[in-house]
Design a protein around this ligand. Sequence first.
Ligand SMILES: C[S@@+](CC[C@H](N)C(=O)[O-])C[C@H]1O[C@@H](n2cnc3c(N)ncnc32)[C@H](O)[C@@H]1O
Length: 91
Amino acid sequence: MFEITHSRIMLKDEFVDWLVLGNAGMFDKTHLYCIDYAMRNLPSDSPIIEIGSFCGLSTNILLYYKMVHERDNKLITCDKWMFEGAGSNEF
Ligand SMILES: C[S@@+](CC[C@H](N)C(=O)[O-])C[C@H]1O[C@@H](n2cnc3c(N)ncnc32)[C@H](O)[C@@H]1O
């Protein structure tokens, strides 16, 4: 038996450390590097669409990194609030 592990880049950010204490969510902090990279390298001023904002934690992080990288792109968010079948008769 063996386990393949992937090294992941953890971006440290004090604002996000505090935000996750007060904003409900399921944000995986290893995604911070990706958000920082994407926001830093946005190819245009077209709107950004977030699918699955839940309670807005990732939305607030996206807004924060938009501010950090001085991007004016609109951010459009949505969530269908259907959690993997919860509340349905699938269970
Ligand atoms: C892992 S949670 C998102 C966590 C959130 N980004 C955060 O920072 O806490 C996934 C979310 O995606 C939403 N979702 C799944 N499929 C969707 C779809 N087709 N359109 C909109 N929202 C969707 C679910 O309702 C759920 O709230």
